[in-house]
Structures are given as C-alpha cells and as structure tokens.
Ligand binder design. Structure first.
Ligand code: IPM
Ligand code: MN
Length: 355
C-alpha cells in the first residue's frame, strides 16, 4: 500500500452530498487500483447546520482543515438562508483562510456532450481558466454611508497587490508550460478602462513572461471580447489568467459551452497548502434526494483533486473513465433527470470503467 491521504468531505447543501457520494465511490475504486489509501472525514457545514445551530463553522474547523490533504466540497447554498451569508461564511471564508489563491476551471468538451455552440466539438473546446481567487472585489474593501437615504453611497473596491498578481500569473505560466498544448497564456482584463489594476496585471504578465517564460506566447484579451470569443472561436484559447470577478463571470459561460453545470468542475488551490475541489453548479435544492442530479462534475472535481495532491495517475484513471462513460453513448444528457440513468447508476457506471 502506498501513501494514505486524509480527505475532508463537506457535502454541504441540497444535492451536494449526493454528488459527492458518487465522487467518493469512483475515488475509492481508482485509489485502490493504484495502491493508494484515502481516508475520508465528514464535516456537516452548510445551510442545514446553520439553521439548526446558528453557527456557520467553528474556528477549530479551520485549524483541522489545514491539516487535511485536500477538501472535497459538494455545494453550499440553502433556499431558507439569505443570499450571501453562507457564501461569505463558508466558501469565501475557506478560500481566504486557506489562502486558496487559484481557482482552476478547465473548460473541456467531452465526447458526446452537447454544446450550444454550432459546429464546435471536443477539438475546439479545450482550455483552462486560471481565476485569481483571493483578491479583487471579493476582499470586500469598501463601505456604505448614508444608508437608506437618497444620498446613499456604496463602494466595493478592486484591490490587488503586485504579490497577489505575480503569484497567480506564475501559476498560470507554469500550468501553460506543463499542459504543453498551444503554449499560450491569455491575460483577460479590461485594461482599456481599469487603468490602475488592469495596468498592474498587464505589466506583471509581460515582465514575468519576458523574464521566465520565453517559450510561452503572451496574449491579451478584454473580458467583454473574451465572452464573444468563447462563443465564436473557443479553439483560440489555451490557458487564460484573470482576476477574481472576471474569472467568476467568464467561467459560468465556459461551463455552458462545455455542456453545462452538470459536468463543470473547479479547484480552489493553494499550491503550497490545502486545496478544495467542487462541482461548480451549486446546491440545486429542487432536485435534492431524487437521484436525478448529474454527478459528473463532482467526479471530475475528484480527478482534479487527485492531480493536485500528487496522484495524477489516479486523476487520469478517473478522467479516462468519464471519457469512456460518455463515449459509450449511454449517457443521454448532462441535465438533471434527462441523463438516461440516475445519479447513483451514473456513479456505478463510471466506477466500473475505472482502469
Ligand atoms: C463560484 C461562486 C462563488 C463565487 C459564490 C457562491 C460566492 O459563484 O464559485 O463561482 O462568486 O466565487
Ligand atoms: Mn461563480
């Protein structure tokens, strides 16, 4: 038996626990095949616990999670909790506390998966978005004065340090090199308007590229034009690096062109610490407990988790199994309830294909 890893599991709300259960099913088979041990520890953070106890997450949990090898997250979001509370109290808190400064979101169209883009297939849709995940508007800097009056003023500031920008761009350049496809790193921003932070990103991208990554082609696109190109010619992209909010927005569009939220996975990564992996689709409360939600996004997140903790051969086994499952033609759709099989059957199917 090789190494054993401790995986903290946070199924969370809605369909989160269901999809995570299928991911774990597949993980167990793949890890065993490679002689690697996985030890899962459950945490009940989410809307349900918050409503019952009034507590989001004790500080001690953060310390415990810091000792895990990775965190596997289902979804956070509850219809009876006001928007913003759980997002800030759990998801963003963990991203910040664990300094998960990269949000890695591959946009890859698998075989037989329907994309809304006419005449585009797996050959054309295969790129990765590196979203900065710890700064920008998400830090919450700003405030409100004269609240509730006609003169109310509110600000929310996009803040970036050179340090934050550099470490994110470095990760993106290294990933581009490791991927070794088009060897092109596109910086996405809005430097024609955001002349302060945009300029910081543009200089950091160019200076580091010129200095340390001469083998990687430098490219730049405005965020609005990027949305257009995702639809028009996604084949242009290889790796994209962008600031937090722009990355949030363009990766929802990215998820749609790769077949929807049922298959899109993401990793909140601290390259030197504990990372957290999740299907990016949310808790989908109306499908809870019905065995109809698509677990492929969670299974893909599990593969990404294995890549990141240093077991890429396990990640590859899982990814190959997902590709084989989709290539079989037995999975009819990525949408909940239309897959041609249930959540658990899909988990069994993929697990059975792990080599
Ligand atoms: C995401 C989500 C989160 C974000 C929300 C839930 C805080 O949209 O992971 O993309 O904005 O980052
Ligand atoms: Mn989002």
């Amino acid at each position: 038996m090789g190494k054993t890893y401790n995986i903290a599991v946070m199924g969370g709300d809605g369909t989160g626990p269901e999809v995570v259960a299928e991911g774990i099913k597949v993980l167990k088979v793949a890890a065993e095949k490679h002689g690697v041990g996985l030890h899962f520890v459950d945490y009940d953070f989410g809307g349900e616990r918050y409503i019952k106890t009034g507590e989001m997450m004790p500080d001690s949990a953060i310390d415990e999670l810091k000792k895990a090898d990775a965190i596997y997250l289902g979804a956070i979001g509850h219809p009876d909790v006001k928007p913003g509370i759980l997002e800030l109290g759990i998801l963003l808190r963990l991203r910040f506390a664990l300094d998960q400064y990269i949000n890695l979101r591959p946009v890859k169209l698998y075989p037989n998966v329907e994309t809304p883009l006419k005449d585009k297939g797996p050959e054309q849709i295969d790129f990765v978005v590196v979203r900065e995940n710890s700064g920008g508007i998400y830090t919450g800097m700003g405030g409100v004065v004269k609240k509730g009056t006609p003169n109310e003023i509110a600000t929310q500031t996009m803040v970036y340090s050179r340090f934050e920008v550099d470490r994110c761009i470095k990760y993106a350049y290294e990933l581009t090199r490791k991927r070794n496809k088009k060897n092109m790193l596109t910086l996405v921003h809005k430097c024609n308007v955001l002349t302060h932070t945009g300029d910081l990103w543009v200089r950091a991208h160019k200076e580091m590229g010129d200095r340390d990554f001469e083998d990687i082609k430098q490219d730049y696109a405005h965020v609005d034009a990027t949305c257009m190109w995702f639809l028009k010619n996604p084949e242009f992209f290889d790796v994209i690096v962008t600031e937090n909010l722009f990355g949030d927005i363009i990766t929802d569009l990215g998820a749609m062109i790769q077949g929807g939220m049922g298959i899109a996975a993401g990793g909140n990564i601290n390259p030197d610490g504990v990372s957290m992996f999740e299907p990016i689709g949310g808790s989908a409360p109306k499908y809870t407990g019905k065995n109809v939600i698509n677990p492929l996004a969670a299974i893909n997140a599990a593969a990404m988790m294995m890549d990141t903790i240093g077991e890429p051969q396990i990640g590859k086994s899982i990814d190959d199994a997902v590709t084989a499952a989709l290539s079989s033609g037995r999975i009819k759709s990525m949408s909940a309830g239309k897959m041609g099989m249930g959540t658990m059957e899909m988990g069994d199917f993929v697990a059975g294909l792990v080599k």
